[in-house]
Design a protein around this ligand. Sequence first.
Ligand code: ATP
Ligand code: MG
Length: 793
Amino acid sequence: AKSRHSDLLDDLNPAQREAVTHAGSPLLVVAGAGSGKTRVLTRRIAYLLAERDVHPGQIMAITFTNKAAAEMRERVSDLVGRRANAMWVSTFHSMCVRILRREAKTLEMSSSFSIYDSDDTKRLITLVARDLDIDPKKYAARTLAVHISNLKNELIDPETAVADAGNDLERRVAEVYVEYQRRLNQANAFDFDDLIMRTVELLQRYPDVAEYYRRRFRHVLVDEYQDTNHAQYTLVRELVGTEANEAGIEPAELCVVGDADQSIYAFRGATIRNIEEFERDFPNARTVLLEQNYRSTQTILNAANAVIARNPNRRAKRLWTDSGDGEKIVGYVADNEHDEAAFVAGEIDALADKGEADYSDVAVFYRTNNQSRVFEEIFIRLGLPYKVVGGVRFYERREVRDMLAYLRVLANPEDTVSLRRILNVPKRGIGDRAEAVIATYAERERISFAQALRGAVNGEVPLLNPRSAKAITGFVELMDELGEVVESGAEVADILEAVLERTGYRTELEESEDPQDASRVENLTELVTVAREFTEFTTEVAGPDGELPEIDTADPGVPEPGSLPAFLERVSLVADADSVPSPDGGDDSGEGHDAGVVTLMTVHTAKGLEYPVVFGTGWEDGIFPHMRALGDPTELAEERRLAYVAITRARKRLYVSRSMVRSAWGQPQMNPASRFLDELPADLVDWRRLAPSSSSGGFGSSGGSPRAATTWGSRGGGSSPSRSASTSPFGKGWKDTVALKLDVGDRVSHDKYGLGTVVACDGAGPRATATIDFGAAGKVRLMLIGSVPMVKL
Ligand code: ATP
Ligand code: MG
């Protein structure tokens, strides 16, 4: 009989085995996609537990998304059982939240702190900039936010930023940074970048704190190391230590795995320097290279290798597989994005019918989140089961954010951004002027906004009219009442119900005539469900049987399972970046487990995952590669790495498609073929369709589409489109023939109203109108000239 030891090493190749068993010095595993890096990391953890008598509580494993963390925990649980629960397997952000909750006092924060996401951050920066009289036309809040974020990723504190500022922009940024940071502190809040930066500060400034964690975590493992930024790198270094400290504690064992070709977060400050200079940063480090790919067919690997080979300044890698050539890549050129979605849906159905793939084997990738809508529409219409990965959408909805703001204020009354958000929501007669009076009073008295509100109740705030004072009193009483519900130990879902009821928020929506408000009610019901399932899940994990996480239960770094802070923490972290809000409480592990559901996601989210069938959609210059990368070699290289990531997710079948016309920011727009399509070796691709069916010949074909067509201003600014019909590089001819010549009975998709059917056409030329039945959204009559955010299906 085999020992457990050999079981763990059996199905590994020699290089992988070396990485799993290596002990002592820091270890770097660098290798291309699908070569088993994550497998090595997971297996190494199992090996530590089984063969090296390491306690689970001594292990800290860091992944890039919550999804990956859940998957890793599950993989390790499969190998070692419930003991896995005591490990810290988390993202950088979650890990820092845990540490900060425990150590908040040291940083003069309270452990009930709020976590501000990018939207909160922008709101606060807007407030700060306004108070500092900064011209928003010259320095937009978004720009300031990006600069401040960059500073934080480089671990530059406000004082240093002020001292180093060399030009007007930098001075403005530094000035805002100082005040922004002050207000974050005052609000007892951290933004996302703070989570890392302040944890580093904690470890660097307080040696006893650093020592506690150094004693505790004897093994630190990091997946996707190529995507760490400077702050994260420093954090790892501080956690592990580079030499024995004064108390004689040796550095922890460090194991990092990564692939420089998959670095796709440079926009967040990630730097492959961390991989390239690992050996210098950690003297006596050992490096292991893996070369065999176990994921994909040779065809897919060849395609990936050909694309990534175009990037300059990279170390060439040999990546091979013994799994054979497999199917050719299938290419498709669509008329428009709806046609593209229809092709994808049809193909998925065909594969399922022929028994060649289950829905759960299939992933559809796109470059940016907003591209999911078209797929969702068609999948719904065809009854194709799907899920969209990337929770950002749901948690960005206004009503959801409003409710979360209530919960956050209940957990942390000092959270000024949330408090001001809900002050007059639903409307209760506290106007902008009253809010401004309170804010000024708070500022002058150097007290928090919440305290100032209480001041208003006691009549201490001058210039406040009696009507506002009364409204504020009502609000404060309401919050106190809700606070009692929280104090009583109610479940999060019940707290939420109480907020919905007693604020009148739900009633207001229910009584509204606006059809959108009906779906808002649904979203809130969904939020209550999320909260219910959250409680159920947490109770189960902490359940009575089996091995309880010994260290963790006593750890003040962890909010009490099922509590309001725990819920808010979870929500903040799933709403972050690319992670997944899984209603089942975090066990959403990508493939295999969602029987019968197609997965839709951005390429960024797909990092680290694999699917038998992958659809890469929207391969157009201006979409993928992204518009802002077109004139910038550095950004283009990053987009190409993203293409490499996309291709290498596929195990057996890869589809690539592009669309001739796509509506973007409310305008149909023609995009040339992605240059990445041209970089795929021609003999690997079977073009199912090269030219769009409705083309009158002016659209070119896949290979030689006009690149010059991508020169109209930037679309990346998040503002409304600036391109008018007359400046279209295609003239208005194509619009008339393709998009806007409608007949009764035609199906259309409108950006705002959704799918509809033309029921009447009137007028001609510039006066042409169509009356369109959009179902639930009603009948609408639209002009067909100018910027119509609509395409014919
Ligand atoms: P990525 O760069 O995309 O993150 P990776 O290097 O982390 O990829 P893994 O996800 O660990 O690769 O492995 C890819 C696939 O190959 C997985 O399905 C894994 O189970 C399988 N695999 C890895 N090593 C072996 C092996 N020695 N024998 C059989 N299968 C393996
Ligand atoms: Mg991996």
